[in-house]
Write a protein of this length. Structure first.
Length: 488
């Protein structure tokens, strides 16, 4: 489905090997243990993308909140492992933003049609760069609105329920905003949301959904399913779904199929056109580093270029050539851009432009090669330090802290995130990590998400995180509360 791991020096000789195997080979050849700080430094020396960290403002310990000055040095880099929630600020963002602010101040309304980023076309100008990241063609990709707005707009066209085919197949732990969208769309069409949503659960004792189970459900229930809509990468577990396989299975049963790519875009190479996906949508503030509340994107396959499906219309879906005729006769833009409602914000596009310029200095395939190895390094260190011994049950843990990794070990089924699930309450662990300058996030009931984004995170960041985790667990030991590890 996507590229395999590659050695830190960029060689493709290792693409069929698991990253843990590659790391161990480098360890053996260098004579450095995986747990040695010098091993992390060696990996960073070999990293062909290491220079891209300088393209971002990387917060220091003294700049972030909740650090304990007795435990950290204010001038030291923080350990930022939260790109899955909000990517860091590109250094050029402020420059691009000030250009647009100055244009507004000096030209006013004339800014709509002037400058490198004219506001009337600012989304369109960035589409070509976005196409390369998601694997779409020119008329298939558009930049507009917010993620959930785009999901609703697309569902208005692609969720077309009938009396017998009305269900929406999704994950039981779909991101809340998606779940609410599914429920509201079902109700909008007059269906009971509880009956309309077919929410899949992992098998008992497992954390993620198996592709074969998704396919089997589609084959079994497909005649009653109007829409299959999954994440690209599951926010809680970090699982990367097999998009092409799910798409083929859904379309074979006559279902429309779409994906929320919030945690996948800018994280993994995507080939939406080649995968034949009907539609997709995404935000741009996580791995795409577009800033909080960034403008979002959507994809509609070219076969729907001139679709006549129901849709909500707005002025920005009208062709530019006739938009200002103002005769109230819609002259619809073919393809994805026809879903536009209002003028895209030039201010938001300035931030996104800064990030896309960084992506243009590399490729998603090269980013992926580093990411596979960087996430594999995190996995290796966590397993070495906190795996429960074979044969030992959770009931026998005693005072020991163990970590389950909910994210699949197979690199083809994950991106730049590991969901670490603790056998103790994560509340105190998280607070102690914050004191030590670790920026990550928690997702109840059991998970702390760690995301080493490859554009600006290093192997040394991962090594430093493991040191801080050990210190955090020691500091929190007296107040750690054991929890039921059967609760995913």
């Amino acid at each position: 489905m996507d590229g395999g791991p590659t050695a830190a020096n960029g060689s493709k000789d290792n693409e069929c090997r698991h990253p843990l195997e590659i790391l161990q080979t480098i360890s053996d050849e260098s004579g450095l243990k995986l747990t040695d700080e010098n091993f992390a430094k060696l990996m960073d020396e070999r990293d062909p993308l290491k220079h891209l960290r300088d393209e971002f403002h990387y917060p220091t310990m003294g700049q972030i909140l909740h650090t304990d000055p007795k435990l950290v040095s204010p001038d030291e880099d923080s350990i930022y492992l939260c790109g899955n929630s909000l990517g860091l600020c590109p250094k050029k963002a402020k420059d691009h933003l000030m250009v647009e602010m100055d244009k507004w101040a000096t030209r006013g309304v004339q800014g709509h049609m002037t400058g490198d980023l004219p506001w009337a076309m600012c989304g369109e100008i960035l589409e070509e760069d976005m196409m390369k990241i998601v694997g779409g063609k020119r008329e298939e990709v558009a930049i507009m609105n917010g993620l959930t707005v785009n999901l609703h707009l697309l569902m208005m066209s692609f969720y077309r329920p009938t009396k017998d085919r009305y269900k929406i197949l999704c994950e039981s732990k779909a991101f809340p905003s998606d779940h609410y969208a599914f429920e509201s769309q079902a109700r909008l069409h007059g269906f009971d949301a509880e009956k309309a949503l077919l929410c899949m659960e992992p098998r008992e004792g497992e954390f993620t959904l198996r592709t074969e189970d998704i396919v089997a459900t589609i084959e079994r229930e497909g005649d009653s399913i109007a829409l299959v809509c999954f994440s690209g990468v599951q926010y809680y577990t970090g699982q990367f779904f097999d998009i092409p396989t799910i798409t083929r299975a859904a379309q074979a049963k006559g279902c429309h199929v779409g994906f929320d790519l919030a945690h996948a875009v800018g994280n993994l190479p995507l080939y939406l056109h080649d995968w034949n996906v009907d539609f997709a949508c995404w935000c741009c503030y996580k791995y795409l580093n577009g800033g909080a509340g960034a403008v979002a994107g959507l994809f509609v396959h070219e076969r729907y270029r001139d679709n006549t499906y129901p849709r909500l219309l707005g002025w920005w879906g009208h062709k530019m050539e006739t938009r200002f005729v103002m005769d109230n006769k819609m002259d619809l833009i073919p393809g994805a851009r026809g879903y536009g409602l209002s003028n895209v914000s030039g201010i938001l596009c300035a931030n996104l432009k800064a990030s896309l310029e960084v992506f243009n200095k590399t490729s998603m395939e090269e980013i992926r090669r580093k990411s596979v190895l960087l996430t594999g390094y995190l996995e290796a260190l966590v397993k070495l330090a906190y795996s429960r011994p074979a044969g030992k049950t959770a009931e026998e843990d005693g005072d020991e802290v163990y970590i389950d990794i909910f994210t699949p070990s197979d690199p083809a089924q994950r991106g730049a995130q590991l969901s670490l699930a603790f056998n103790v309450s994560i509340e105190q662990v998280f607070k102690e990590l914050e004191k030590r300058g670790v920026v990550c996030d928690k997702r109840l009931p059991r998970v702390i998400r760690i995301a080493p984004a490859p554009l600006y995170c290093s192997f040394l960041d991962v090594h430093r995180f493991m040191d801080r985790l050990q210190d955090a667990l020691k500091a929190a030991k007296s107040s750690l509360v054991r929890i039921d590890t059967h609760n995913v």
